[in-house]
Write a protein that binds this ligand. Structure first.
Ligand code: THU
Length: 127
């Protein structure tokens, strides 16, 4: 699947976001080394801190399906504001980056951008 198709899947996933509090929908789609893709959306809670971001939801689904290596993640927000992953999601994505790295593709008002996870989170915490 190419990056434009990956973004289309992220866009579709954003339509299922549960965002009664922020009204900020996000969709994510991860591409794994197996070639399979998994989507996620953000879902919020009346206890705000329990909110789960779209990226971590997608990673969790990939892991639950036996994946361990992620090659890319596409992230989409319909309001087209900046939708680069938050710090927590960067750390979680980093844990599962493939040996050839992990590309982060975002589609915002200023167009499509591709960053590597290493650019977005240098000196990742590892044990
Ligand atoms: N959000 C994500 O889904 N991903 C991010 O990387 C940043 C923030 C969500 C969480 C919350 O539901 C909404 O965006 C506003 O913060």
């Amino acid at each position: 699947m190419n990056y434009e198709e990956l973004l289309e899947c992220a866009e579709k996933a954003s339509q299922n976001a549960y965002v009664p509090y922020s009204k900020f929908s996000v969709g994510a789609c991860v591409l794994c080394e197996s070639g399979k893709t998994y989507t996620g959306c953000n879902f919020e809670n009346a206890s705000y801190g329990l909110t789960i971001c779209a990226e971590r939801n997608a990673v969790g689904t990939a892991i639950a399906n036996g994946e361990r290596k992620i090659k890319a993640v596409a992230i989409f927000s319909p309001n087209m504001q900046n939708c680069t992953p938050c710090g927590a999601c960067r750390q979680v994505l980093s844990e599962f980056k493939s040996d050839s790295g992990l590309d982060v593709i975002t589609k915002c008002a200023d167009g499509i951008r591709v960053h590597s996870i290493d650019e977005l989170l240098p000196e990742t915490f590892v044990l």
